[in-house]
Design a binder for this molecule. Structure first.
Ligand SMILES: [Zn+2]
Length: 297
């Protein structure tokens, strides 16, 4: 066996060990595949994650038979992890005593879930198999919730209702920040289609506001402001106060900033130049920004 082949054999053995069924291992996740008393029998461990999945559930939608899908997702999660740590200088939240985040694949009624803070990240097994276009943005989105927890959200403070425009809106922003794509096109275009929609009721469709907040429609986006915002949220325990302070320090009076956003939302602020956020793909691979440009009033 030459050295390259020997190296390949060692690597293959490593992969097989990492990916073999671990029957008999204690299942500490507290989550099982639907219609099954069995724990997830497969696991893949990476630098910051342990991914768990099944390929032998009685409930077929829970099954992922192709381990390449899991390996690919593990790579996406590690990429998002690095981009977050580089920008925010802080690791996503892990429960005390943990040094990796558990990720489980099972069928549920949404693409992903990362709630409550101590729970594993859950990704929808059926959607994962059937809709490859959601894998990048959804994995980044759920991991971003863990980063929010690292700033005390739901671990040391809870914002006043409504707050999904902030928690889901910034998690939607993270999809674009990491991958330049979103799991649902409505996150990008709904706010322009429905210009009467209240920002604070917008949930993850508040995404355009957060792109505007980081000057995503300008040649030099200020992604650092997102880190500043979360630091201030942690200090003040209030999203509105934190946001007002960051806006005041970087853009001037908050009232004027919000008024400008409302105006630009009507005429489509993507109609002018932008670089980093100039193309945002939907799960089908179509560019939603072009669609908004074409919507110009
Ligand atoms: Zn979310």
């Amino acid at each position: 066996m030459n050295s390259t082949r020997r190296l390949s054999a060692v690597f293959l053995t490593f992969v097989l060990i990492s990916m073999t069924a671990c029957a008999g291992m204690p299942n500490t996740l507290g989550i099982k595949a639907a219609n099954s008393d069995e724990p997830f029998e497969n696991r893949l461990e990476t630098a910051h994650f342990v991914l768990h999945w099944t390929s032998r559930s009685n409930f077929n939608p829970d099954n992922i038979s192709d381990p390449a899908i899991i390996r690919e997702t593990a790579g996406y999660l590690e990429t998002a992890w690095k981009k977050y740590v580089d920008l925010f200088g802080r690791k996503p939240y892990m429960p005390p005593g943990h040094n990796r985040i558990d990720v489980v694949f099972r069928t549920m009624d949404c693409y992903g879930l990362a709630d409550p803070p101590d729970a594993p990240i859950q990704l929808n097994a059926r959607a994962w198999v059937e809709q490859p276009g959601i894998r990048k943005p959804t994995s980044a989105h759920e991991l971003f919730h863990k980063l929010q927890y690292a700033y005390g959200y739901k671990t040391r403070w809870t914002p006043h209702e409504p707050y999904s425009w902030f928690t889901e809106g910034t998690a939607a922003w993270s999809e674009v920040y990491v991958w330049g794509r979103v799991s649902r096109t409505c996150k990008v275009d709904e706010m322009f289609k429905d210009i009467k929609m209240d920002l604070y009721e917008a949930d993850y469709t508040a995404l355009p506001f957060w792109i505007y907040f980081v000057s995503g429609n300008q040649p030099h986006p200020r992604n650092d402001l997102m880190a500043k915002l979360f630091e201030k949220c942690e200090q003040l325990g209030s999203v509105r106060k934190a946001l007002d302070e960051v806006i005041r320090e970087n853009y001037g009076p908050p009232d004027q900033f919000f008024a400008k956003f409302a105006k630009e939302r009507k005429n489509g602020f993507w109609s002018r130049c932008c670089d980093a956020y100039s193309c945002i793909l939907g799960p089908d691979g179509k560019d939603a920004v072009t669609e908004i440009r074409d919507m110009r009033r």
